[in-house]
Design a protein around this ligand. Structure first.
Ligand SMILES: *Cc1c(COP(=O)(O)O)cnc(C)c1O
Length: 420
């Protein structure tokens, strides 16, 4: 999907200035766009009652972005120790952080309990006995199994490794209660990049039904339901955007009905990543080579270490070449330099005829872009820039260097001798 007209109008005229100051490649994010989406989400769900978004840190783990989210009153969904520490470094504390790990280690639990703790979201019934100290407030991730159909990226719930099964869920809360928990929340996460809003409405309905069942069986009331993330964005020009307004309307109605029937309702939490930042970032990269063999290849100065989604999921990312729009078109593969044939940003894509030194803008890289990068083949991850609300551009992460790559290697020997 082409980036917002507003971001385009602020970015494209400045591209040459930005690239000559910072160099290429880079991801650049639009603070105004992220704030506009954040405010829209808050407004959309305000009729539901108490609402809070917990931004999924893994989508875009950068302190400048987390500060922006925090300034809108959002909390953070973390699923590893470094993500927890990152959220705390920008000042998030206690119930502003939800810790949703899986295959959780004892170290995870210890760090989660540090510095005023966080909302602990347990992924399995066996973990009730393994938490070193049962917090007052506890949440479980629910996996409905074959009660729900799955989604292309996460797959069918009954094949997913996550969560507590339907058969175990009441017992899980009972055991947590016996270990001293007094306050409760209920979480699920079933979809990824889902564009059909009614799937999210069904998720909210499923969780509310489960709240009712838990109250009847255990006499406990859920303080919140967390419907997870997974709200999709339209990557292709043809895709229709998720109907957020309808999702807000229908979920708010469910919450209001629940309140009318039972005299209370839980708070509504969501932990969206992609929807919040995905459309508000682009990867800017320069053409460095052209190659004509059986196909025409346009080689750029970044590779899949900057953006895994095309290589990993065959995902489509829209590409524009500002300044080249009027040229004749041709069909090309846009490729990086990794020794992997799936290192292609686009396959058989119609683009204006590109030449060396052209700039390409690869779109919708604001979530699961830089964050999913890796160092295979000695490839380094690029810098990240932020276009701030006043129009200035800030570097919010430097590019990796060879020294970073070498930092975990040692050239001195460290040997455990064979047993005699
Ligand atoms: C990845 C993840 C999210 C965010 O998913 P998006 O598709 O980016 O919205 C939220 N919650 C959990 C537990 C996750 O693993």
């Amino acid at each position: 999907m082409p980036i917002t007209d507003s971001f385009k109008a602020r970015l494209y005229p400045q591209l040459e200035r930005i690239t000559s100051h910072f160099g290429t490649p880079f991801h650049i994010y639009d603070a105004s766009g992220i704030r506009a989406t954040g405010e829209q989400v808050k407004e959309t769900f305000s009729p539901a009652g108490t609402f809070r978004e917990y931004f999924a840190v893994k989508a875009l783990p950068n302190p400048a972005i987390l500060k922006l989210m925090h300034s809108m009153g959002f909390g953070f969904d973390c699923s590893s120790v470094p993500e927890l520490m990152l959220a705390r470094r920008i000042g998030a504390r206690g119930e502003e952080i939800m810790y949703t790990s899986n295959n959780t280690s004892q170290e995870d639990f210890l760090v989660a309990a540090d510095e005023g703790g966080c909302i602990l979201n347990l992924d399995d019934i066996s973990l009730v006995a393994k938490v070193p100290v049962m917090p007052e407030l506890i949440c479980f991730r629910y996996n409905p199994g074959n009660r729900r159909s799955g989604n292309a990226i996460i797959g069918k719930p009954e094949e997913a490794k996550y969560g507590v099964s339907h058969e175990q869920i009441v017992d899980a809360y009972r055991q947590a209660q016996q270990r001293g928990a007094r306050r409760f929340g209920l979480h699920t996460m079933l979809a990824s990049n889902e564009l059909d809003y009614s799937y999210m409405v069904q998720t909210a309905a499923m969780l509310l039904e489960m709240c009712r069942q838990l109250e009847l069986e255990l006499n406990i009331r859920m303080e919140f339901i967390n419907i997870g993330g997974g709200l999709g964005i339209p990557y292709t020009p043809e895709a229709r955007p998720l109907d957020l307004a309808a999702m807000g309307r229908e979920i708010s109605r469910l919450m209001q009905d629940f309140r009318a029937n039972y005299g209370y309702s839980p708070a509504l939490y969501m932990e969206s990543g992609r929807f919040m930042t995905g459309p508000h970032g682009v990867l800017v990269t320069r053409v460095i080579n052209r190659k004509e063999i059986y196909r025409t290849y346009v080689g750029v100065d970044s590779c899949m270490s900057s953006l895994m989604r095309p290589g990993m999921y065959g995902a489509y990312h829209h590409i524009e070449a500002p300044g080249a729009e009027d040229r004749a078109e041709e069909v090309v593969d846009v490729v990086g330099s990794l020794c992997e044939n799936n290192d292609k940003f686009a396959i058989q894509r119609t683009l204006p005829k590109l030449v060396e030194d052209d700039l390409l803008v690869i779109q919708d890289t604001g979530a699961h872009g830089q964050a999913m990068g890796f160092n295979y083949n000695g490839k380094l991850r690029p810098q990240e820039l932020l276009m701030r609300e006043d129009g200035s551009v800030e570097r919010i992460r430097r590019a990796e260097t060879i020294e970073d790559y070498f930092a975990t290697l040692h050239f001195e020997e460290n040997i455990l001798a064979a047993e005699k």
